[in-house]
Design a protein around this ligand. Structure first.
Ligand SMILES: [Zn+2]
Length: 249
């Protein structure tokens, strides 16, 4: 049984002072789920989910040896479904915790305008027969990652909206290849997965951290703050400029 409860309440989404100093850029990744422009990061869940993955593999092997249509196979499928459910719950909980943590500390959050889709519909039918999808080069199923990011962005957006903050989406082009120090853009800056090394100025940093800083800078908040301060007060100006809780720059 599922119980669904709805309620209605007035939304007071006018933050008194939007603190631009708390603005943060987020770079989404594979090994690290996300890296912030201040250097903090959150690792992906995959290591933690490994015991459940093993359990799923074991159950699937067992199912192969059972008689089709038997009670035994029905029981085995039920077990398998429950493990999948548990995995999905853990993942969802992780996304809620991560998004809540971020919106608590930041009024303005900048992400890349990635073309992520909600994949849950296509994934639904595969519970009885999962794990056959081709894994991405990264070792992580692309569709899972895609769905996790989509959910995460959705959570960030509605939680920020409740708080009165702003989610800004920026063009993702070259964010990982651009040097935050000198602005030089080159594929050669990112020869290694983890290390960013600028071929022009020699700046070295964690590649995801460098990207997250570029993402934050791309939102043009410094320019925005200057302009806002010159006129009627930045709060009103920002509200006008970002006449929505989520904008694409
Ligand atoms: Zn450089």
């Amino acid at each position: 049984w599922y119980v669904s409860i709805q309620c209605e309440f007035a939304l007071n989404n006018h933050i008194t002072v939007l603190n631009l100093n708390t603005a943060i850029g987020i770079d989404m990744g594979v090994k690290r789920f996300l890296t912030l422009s201040d250097g903090n990061f959150i690792n992906n869940l995959e290591e933690k989910l490994k015991p459940l993955e093993n359990k799923i593999a074991l159950l699937q092997r067992r199912i192969k040896h059972k008689v089709k249509g038997s009670n035994n196979i029905k029981k085995a499928y039920l077990k398998l479904t429950l493990v999948h459910k548990r995995k999905a719950d853990i993942r969802n909980n992780f996304l809620h915790q991560a998004s809540t943590l971020l919106i608590k500390n930041h009024d303005v959050i900048v992400i890349e305008d990635l073309k992520v889709r909600n994949m849950s519909k296509s994934a639904k039918g595969s519970i009885a027969n999962p794990g056959t999808k081709v894994k991405a080069k990264s070792g992580l199923n692309r569709s899972i990652l895609n769905e996790a990011w989509h959910k995460f962005f959705t959570y960030l957006e509605y939680k920020l909206k409740l708080k009165g903050g702003i989610l800004i989406k920026v063009n993702p082009k070259h964010t990982s290849q651009t040097c935050i120090k000198c602005g030089h853009i080159s594929k050669d800056n990112r020869k290694e997965q983890v290390l960013f090394k600028c071929v022009k100025c020699g700046y070295e940093a964690n590649a995801d951290h460098n990207a997250a800083q570029n993402i934050l800078r791309r939102a043009g908040l410094a320019r925005m703050a200057c302009r806002a301060n010159l006129t009627r007060g930045r709060q009103q100006e920002l509200a006008e400029a970002y006449n929505s809780s989520s904008i694409v720059v």
